[in-house]
Design a binder for this molecule. Sequence first.
Ligand code: HEC
Ligand code: HEC
Ligand code: HEC
Ligand code: HEC
Ligand code: HEC
Length: 394
Amino acid sequence: MSFKRKFFFPILLGFSIAAKPSISVAQEQSQEPVRDIEEIVEDLELYVMPDAGPFRPDQIEIKNKLAIGEWARSGHALSTAEAFTHWDEEGEVPVACATCHSGAGFRAFYGLDGSDAGTVEAPVPTGGVVDCDTCHNPGLAAVEEVKFPSGLMHPIAPGEASCLTCHQGRASGLNISASVADMALDDTNVDLRFINPHYAVAASTWLGGYGGSGYHYDGKDYSGRFFHARPVATCVSCHDPHSLEVSQNTCMSCHENGEPDSIRLSRVSYDGSGNLDQGLRTDVSHNAERLMGFIQDYAETVAGTAILYDGHQYPYFFADANNDGQIDVNDGRSVAYNAWTPRLLKAAYNWKFVTTDKGAFAHNPHYVLELLYDSSEDLLTALGMDIMDTGMMR
Ligand code: HEC
Ligand code: HEC
Ligand code: HEC
Ligand code: HEC
Ligand code: HEC
């Protein structure tokens, strides 16, 4: 402190002398001459921070740093992900995609940026992620329902709007019905194309038959929303909203075994293995594998062109007309599957719907088991087989 005083005093004096030469000044003035600039700079280098005050990084308070840290490591902040870089070449995210692929698009869709609600008016610049203001924008409190691809308007609880909007997929069973219209079930039709439910459709799985996002076969009933058990009421009951991770402790408070993969209550062996020790997740994945097998059998024997699935290439289902186990290539490009029948399209859609949701077994196990069963049963009918012989259960 003594240094500081010594340093400032002469400068102030020097100033007053220069500005007001005629006014008499204090005695000390003549004893301490005005210092030159070099001297001041020399002293400046010696300047030390005062003892008090926040000047160590670990002592500086950053508000919300826990949330920021967890979010920054999550998929929502992963700016290099395909889900955020897909449009980099075009330079903007089209209106049809922006709602779910950037915070700015999401705000535009709900009119939280001052625009009209219900649409994204213009393409959004690339480079956005699911930022804080996507979920924390105060205007979201006014959103009372979320529209699902089937047209369902689902009333929501506070805080749910964000997850339910983006994780609902882009298609519903109605798109399949409309596409196949009244075509004969097993006739191939060159106008049919694979319809992709889109990705990570957790909210649609969760709403089950009520959401109508899977393809529902005539005459069948489907489980509705999976209410699970209180207090598991919404997405963030299980997922941390920032890290997005599911904590085993959450499950442990009700399930003996907190490891999601091992959880099972059902005394029915859905996959026909008779193994009631495996987690229900295994039944779901076994039945999805079996359905894929039936899809391949049906394509080859009934539709007449073998089918191959490749999850890394759009539109995922490809032709293998010579049946050599390799995707056909034409002009250097993989040949999209081109022998769809209504029956095949329904089953392939449901298979993709169930398997794109990695948490389907927890989001709504009964609904997805029903979709897998009904799709298998339908294909087997055309193959002249009885689902009862597979041991699968609905
Ligand atoms: C209703 C919300 C929604 C809309 C609208 C939407 N998407 Fe997505 N999309 C998602 C979500 C959620 C994911 C993340 C899936 C995941 O976890 O990988 C995703 C993932 C993707 C991916 C990455 C897939 C991968 O394999 O990693 C691509 C590519 C994509 N979307 C393209 C599009 C395009 C193109 C449009 C517009 C025509 C679009 N999306 C519209 C929700 C949406
Ligand atoms: C995907 C949606 C989403 C995003 C993105 C998000 N949050 Fe949150 N955040 C939530 C939800 C939902 C809650 C309420 C959690 C609850 O009720 O348990 C929350 C709670 C919080 C809280 C209260 C304390 C806590 O940690 O629970 C803070 C602070 C917070 N968020 C800050 C942030 C910041 C800062 C960011 C950006 C770095 C961010 N959030 C991004 C959804 C989100
Ligand atoms: C604006 C759209 C949007 C909102 C809102 C949103 N998500 Fe996402 N979410 C995405 C996209 C896009 C991805 C894929 C990100 C990637 O591939 O890195 C994703 C990924 C995820 C993942 C997978 C994480 C991973 O590591 O791949 C989970 C789990 C998830 N979101 C849960 C939630 C929950 C829970 C909420 C609500 C609290 C929510 N999301 C809100 C768009 C959204
Ligand atoms: C009962 C607890 C529970 C609830 C409620 C729940 N989830 Fe999940 N979720 C899980 C589990 C368990 C997984 C699988 C995690 C794994 O395998 O790593 C999962 C997986 C996911 C994934 C895929 C993550 C990935 O790595 O690809 C997304 C996206 C997701 N959930 C979103 C949601 C959304 C959105 C909601 C609300 C509609 C929701 N979840 C509700 C337990 C839950
Ligand atoms: C509040 C208590 C509670 C919590 C917490 C809870 N569950 Fe459950 N869970 C239940 C109940 C009760 C059922 C049976 C619900 C039904 O079938 O209608 C169930 C059913 C399930 C099923 C279906 C099991 C079967 O064989 O039918 C799975 C899978 C599951 N829970 C996974 C999870 C996961 C993963 C978590 C943690 C992220 C979790 N649960 C957290 C109470 C809970």
